[in-house]
Design a protein around this ligand. Structure first.
Ligand SMILES: [Zn+2]
Length: 111
């Protein structure tokens, strides 16, 4: 989508501190980190909500989770991490393109 920040990062039109990329997704550093390590995993396909999953997107998100887990040590997250998907405004979803927050690098509280 033309005006989507994450689509523009995926397309290379906006800069991002990318730490991983493959045919399904891009992973880059969040510009407003809330943990010592705070990455965003963004699917290359644009869709807004987890509630828009179909069979193909479910498989895509499954592959993303698998690859996040496989690459966690390379991301500096061998000691553990937390994955968060915010769905909708009330949950704090600020970019209308599904993304998975990857948080770690420290002992995480639960607020
Ligand atoms: Zn997008």
């Amino acid at each position: 989508m033309e005006n989507c920040i994450f689509c523009r990062i995926v397309a290379g039109e906006l800069p991002a501190a990318k730490v991983y990329e493959d045919e399904d997704m891009v992973v880059f550093k969040d510009i407003q980190p809330i943990a010592k390590i705070h990455l965003l995993a963004v699917p290359k396909e644009h869709f807004k909500y987890l509630s828009e999953l179909n069979a193909e997107r479910t498989a895509l998100v499954g592959r993303m989770l698998e690859k996040i887990a496989a690459n966690a040590p390379a991301f500096g997250l061998a000691d553990g991490y937390r994955l968060v998907i915010n769905q909708g405004d009330s949950a704090g979803q600020t970019v209308p393109h599904l993304h998975i927050h990857i948080l770690g690098g420290q002992k995480l509280g639960w607020e």
